[in-house]
Ligand binder design. Structure first.
Ligand code: TXA
Ligand code: MG
Length: 307
């Protein structure tokens, strides 16, 4: 059910989570300081209780109310990339409920680059928000995806199609060493460019102890099997390639080295494959260095393949 901003703010302030658009994927928001409403998010998504939420803010100054220390590198990243697809993990201010961070003493914060998200947060204050999908399903990039997961009556602010399409880059600046917890549209090079620092990627194995707890769960996967494409035609597969299609076939989509459009459409293609009854999604391999967003895109595809 599509609702306007005023209605969304009213519901959120009454402790009822609402889905809203960001530039990455749709979020499911509740007031960050309302522990009861935050727990409701976990229930709606079927999300494991040990997977913390990102707090969304509308101005960089709100960061000060959420964390106890802001290192120079965090200031530089916020200045360079906020509003934008970057979440920064910092030591948590005790006023932030444990429900938000799943008991961790650090909190992830990001300022989304979407006019509706920013307008909503200005009405409600900081919002704790995971992606607005059922746990284990691909993140929603359109309002209809949210309704497909949570039902037609679920309240959604419709902001059209998300422009980036994969979740934000997550970095951890709470410890001695800068860590990259989740690759996204803000690349390693962009992090280094803004801070002069190298962010060590923390590769999380499926069931290992996780620095970013969310990365150990299966994610992003459709019901169809996701696999690398072997170059062969396959009428039962939705084939996604990064080079161009000389042969031509109805079930093959070519992104012609346009990795931004590929990222924007990936989760919609996963949902399309299920909708149209394909047995698999076969994806042409590419290098993580092919484009700034390529490493993030590759990470989501690998997670869908692992499932
Ligand atoms: O682009 C995005 O970040 C979207 C939109 C809605 O903003 N949100 C999103 O949230 O992807 P979610 O909950 O689906 O993913 C949050 C990720 C998880 O991998 C989680 O483990 C990590 O961020 N995270 C959150 N808080 C953390 C913390 N305190 N320490 C380490 N990792 C954290
Ligand atoms: Mg998610």
């Amino acid at each position: 059910m599509r609702i306007d901003l005023a209605e969304a703010a009213r519901r959120i302030s009454a402790g009822q989570p609402v889905a809203f658009p960001t530039e990455t994927v749709y979020g499911l928001g509740a007031p960050a300081f309302d522990a009861r409403a935050v727990l409701e998010i976990f229930k709606i998504k079927g999300r494991p209780a040990d997977n913390p939420l990102i707090v969304h803010i509308a101005e960089a100054t709100q960061l000060e109310t959420l964390v106890t220390a802001i290192p120079e590198a965090a200031h530089k990243l916020a200045k360079a990339y906020w509003p934008g697809p970057l979440a920064i993990v910092l030591p948590k201010n005790p006023v932030v409920p444990d429900a938000v961070t799943a008991g961790l003493s650090k909190v992830a914060v990001r300022c989304p680059d979407h006019p509706l998200a920013l307008a909503l947060i200005r009405l409600t204050g900081p919002l704790a928000a995971p992606s607005a999908n059922t746990s284990g399903r691909p993140s929603p990039t359109r309002a209809a995806h949210v309704e497909a997961d949570f039902g037609a009556e679920f309240p959604v602010v419709d902001g059209g199609t998300c422009s980036i399409g994969i979740e934000s880059t997550v970095v951890d600046l709470s410890g001695h060493e800068p860590l990259l917890l989740r690759p996204g549209a803000i690349s390693q090079d962009m992090l280094k460019h803004a801070t002069g620092l190298t962010f060590r990627p923390v590769i999380v194995e499926k069931h290992a102890e996780a620095a970013s707890p969310g990365m150990k769960y299966t994610h992003y996967a459709p019901k169809a099997t996701v696999r690398w494409w072997d170059g062969q035609p396959d009428s039962k597969a939705l084939i996604l390639t990064v080079t161009s299609n000389r042969a031509g076939s109805a079930n093959r989509i070519d992104y012609c080295h346009d990795f931004s459009t590929f990222a924007k459409e990936l989760y919609d293609r996963f949902r399309q494959a299920d909708h149209e009854g394909f047995q698999s999604v076969a994806i042409e391999r590419f290098s993580p260095d092919a484009a700034p967003i390529a490493a993030g895109l590759l990470n989501r595809i690998e997670k869908a393949i692992q499932r």
